[in-house]
Design a protein around this ligand. Structure first.
Ligand SMILES: NC(=O)c1ccc[n+]([C@@H]2O[C@H](COP(=O)([O-])OP(=O)(O)OC[C@H]3O[C@@H](n4cnc5c(N)ncnc54)[C@H](O)[C@@H]3O)[C@@H](O)[C@H]2O)c1
Ligand SMILES: [Zn+2]
Length: 691
């Protein structure tokens, strides 16, 4: 949705969702070293948040992600270190224009004439994790990670084994090392070291890291420093924090000093006199990128003069004097070693390319989807071809080019039978996809349907992942979704299996029990009816409220009842294709069996429209006193999104009062009128439970 013309309630809602989503990805990325989405996608969320905040400044949340650096280290087993000078993040630029705008902004801030030279340093932005090294009288006394910028983790023992980090700085006499100086830089892992570490990890059956950054972070942040010692970590300095003295007038000079003290700095660090220079250096580094021994994700510019840096200061979580110019999606070349066919839930045959492992955009890629028969033909792909891969704003890498398509070799023959059940595989008219016609006899389709049923967007049963589904399916314990709810009868069988303990089985069964009253829309989506996605499922239930009513409408529509058809089509986003798919589904005898069986195990409550799915729907709420975690506007927007009305004063019509400290006279009145009063935390709980 475009930000213009957005209502406050929608904006507040989206900001709330973004704050949650971004916080989750920050935790996964920074605290757990296990990101779930690619950086470009994360960056897009952050941008969207910034856009909304710019348009609705009064809705900026106290927990706004734009003011947060990294992730707090509360749960870390390492001891905590409070940074004397905060460790910051960097703002991003993605285009040349944004770089020019950055320089112009610096000039405006410093009130310099438009043609004044603003020298900047430019260097590669290494993809590792920030580390602050505190030297007192030239000796390393403390090393700390960034954490949330204010409090990081103590990794002094861990860095002791990193050769790039000297225990003592060089150069008394010749160079003056200040009494106290914190060198800041990046702990990273070289690409080659990362690949061989992963090989060793895989052989030993240990965790394989997604990319060098995660490997570096996971290796450094170890309670047992001997683990770190065995990992090939490196360090490059790119700045400094607290210092008793800064013995230079420019960034560039100071970095030279740090290098002279014996701490490595980037060999690609240069000083630029204009944005033209900066962008030229960016291009040069981009060219060199693939050949660098380590992963980089952009170039960092910093205002060279330190007195100017000081005047420019900081905004929110980043310095005004610095900028990261990010690279676009990365490409890499590799060999297509095999083409496997996977059979999906609907019988679709998807070709998957098995690749010689290659790093693209910081992630090792070994598989790539080739989509369908036409895509293979378009690229002229055959086993053995050299291909170009790209990872753009997407986790999913793509083959974008076949470098050896002109070599005279036989074309790939797309299978005309299902590799799982040997049924004929056909493609319906006008469709690109080839499908297995085996339907219910095809084990691949059956197991995929079960996986879909428990997936995140569907029932989302914790602890019941794809592996477990495959395991139980293989044992014949799971034929259809209803069987999941009968697993409790197999408790002792499961406990007897390898990898299962009494406790984990207990957790699994409890998670299953918790879904006996599932959300009706998720349940509908989970059944995997063609063309009924998560959104359509919700829209359908908003109109029909319960599954039996929906089923009746679908069946009537199939029998040609024009009222039922019109009723279905009146739903936004539901067209003839969906109506037909629903009708077909509820016409099939087996589907009805599966359905009835499932509904004998679970009872989804009536579906209530989102804005009213809260304890306060239709009620009048008054906020009073000082609210601590949100603004008054945000509180009102929340109330509206929950279907409540926010009023300014207490009256007999008031249903609920949310009171912060200093609520005073309104509370007295509430007591007189016998109105329920809750505190902010209880309100937050209502908001949370309304989802
Ligand atoms: N995929 C995800 O789920 C996810 C989640 C959170 C963050 N991220 C990614 O992490 C990044 C945001 O994290 P961030 O706050 O650490 O910001 P950042 O990595 O974009 O930039 C700031 C950091 O860059 C590092 N850096 C490297 N070279 C530098 C140099 N030459 N000079 C100065 N600093 C240099 C420093 O450690 C500094 O803290 C983004 O790239 C984002 O896409 C991804
Ligand atoms: Zn099949």
């Amino acid at each position: 949705m475009s930000v213009e013309g957005m209502s406050e309630a929608d904006a507040a809602n989206e900001l709330m969702r973004l704050a949650r989503t971004i916080a989750k990805h920050n935790r996964l990325y920074h605290a757990e070293d296990a990101p779930e989405i690619p950086d470009a996608e994360y960056d897009a969320l952050v941008r969207r948040n910034a856009e909304l905040e710019a348009a609705f400044p009064h809705l900026i949340r106290p927990d706004s992600p734009s003011a947060l650096v990294g992730h707090e280290v509360a749960a870390s087993p390492l001891s905590k270190v409070r940074h004397e000078v905060r460790m910051m993040s960097l703002d991003n630029a993605f285009s040349d224009e944004e770089v020019e705008e950055f320089v112009a902004r610096v000039r405006r801030f410093l009130n310099l004439p438009a043609d004044a030279e603003v020298a900047m340093t430019a260097e590669d932005k290494i993809d590792g994790l920030s580390c602050s090294l505190r030297y007192e009288n030239g000796k390393l006394v403390r090393a700390a990670t960034r954490g949330d910028g204010q409090v990081g983790e103590d990794v002094t023992a861990n860095v002791a084994h990193i050769a790039d980090i000297p225990q003592e700085l060089k150069g008394e006499g010749l160079f003056d090392v200040p009494a106290m100086f914190e060198i800041r830089g990046e702990v990273y892992m070289a690409k080659a070291d990362f690949l061989s570490l992963n090989e060793r990890q895989a052989e030993a059956g240990d965790k394989v890291f997604a990319n060098p950054r995660n490997a570096a972070a996971g290796s450094l942040r170890q309670k047992d420093a001997s683990v770190t010692a065995a990992r090939p970590l490196r360090f490059l300095a790119h700045g400094w924090g607290a210092a008793s003295e800064v013995p230079a007038a420019t960034q560039f000079e100071m970095m030279r000093k740090i290098a002279a003290w014996g701490v490595p700095v980037s060999p690609l660090l240069v000083r630029c006199s204009s944005s033209v220079d900066m962008i030229a250096h960016y291009r040069a580094i981009q060219q060199a990128r693939a050949d660098l021994p380590y992963d980089i994700d952009g170039v960092v510019y910093k205002v060279d003069r330190l007195d100017w840096q000081e005047r420019l200061g900081f905004v929110a979580k980043a310095p005004r004097w610095g900028m990261a110019h990010k690279f676009p999606a990365e490409r890499a070349e590799t060999t297509l070693e095999a083409i496997d066919i996977q059979v999906g839930r609907t019988g679709k045959l998807t070709p998957v390319g098995r690749l010689k492992p290659v790093l693209v955009g910081g992630v090792t890629v070994t598989n790539v989807t080739l989509h369908n028969r036409d895509e293979i033909a378009r690229l002229g792909l055959r086993v053995g071809d050299r291909v170009v891969l790209q990872r753009a704003g997407d986790v999913i890498p793509q083959v974008v080019e076949n470098l050896t398509r002109d070599e005279p070799r036989e074309a790939y023959h797309f299978p005309d039978h299902c590799p799982e059940c040997q049924s004929e595989a056909v493609n319906e008219e006008g469709e690109v996809d080839v499908r297995c016609t085996g339907g219910l006899i095809c084990p691949a389709q059956r197991v995929e349907r079960l996986k879909h049923f428990v997936s995140r967007a569907a029932l989302d049963i914790e602890g019941l992942g794809e592996k477990t589904i495959v395991e139980f399916f293989g044992l014949g314990w799971l034929e259809s979704p209803a069987d999941i709810f009968r697993l409790r009868k197999r408790r002792s069988d499961i406990v007897g299996r390898e990898g299962w303990k009494d406790k984990s089985v207990g957790n699994l069964l409890a998670a299953i029990e918790a879904k006996r009253t599932p959300d009706a829309a998720r349940l509908l989506f989970g059944l995997g009816i063609r063309h009924v996605g998560a959104v359509t499922a919700r829209d359908l239930l908003k109109r029909f409220v319960t599954l039996p009513v929906l089923r009746e409408a679908a069946q009537k529509a199939r029998e040609g009842d024009s009222d039922a058809v019109a009723d279905l089509l009146s739903i936004d986003g539901v067209g003839p294709v969906v109506v037909e798919a629903l009708g077909d589904f509820f016409h099939e005898h087996h589907n009805i069996e599966v359905w009835d069986d499932l509904l004998s195990e679970v009872s989804p409550p009536d579906y209530v429209v989102e804005t009213r799915a809260s304890a306060v729907a239709g009620k009048t709420v008054v906020f009073t006193g000082k609210l601590e975690t949100m603004s008054r506007d945000e509180a009102k927007a929340q109330a509206e999104s929950l279907g409540a009305r926010a009023a300014g004063s207490v009256s007999p019509k008031t249903d609920l009062i949310v009171a912060g400290p200093g609520a005073g006279s309104k509370l007295k009145k509430a007591a007189e009128l016998g109105i329920e009063v809750i505190d902010e935390a209880a309100w937050a709980e209502i908001v949370r439970s309304a989802g």
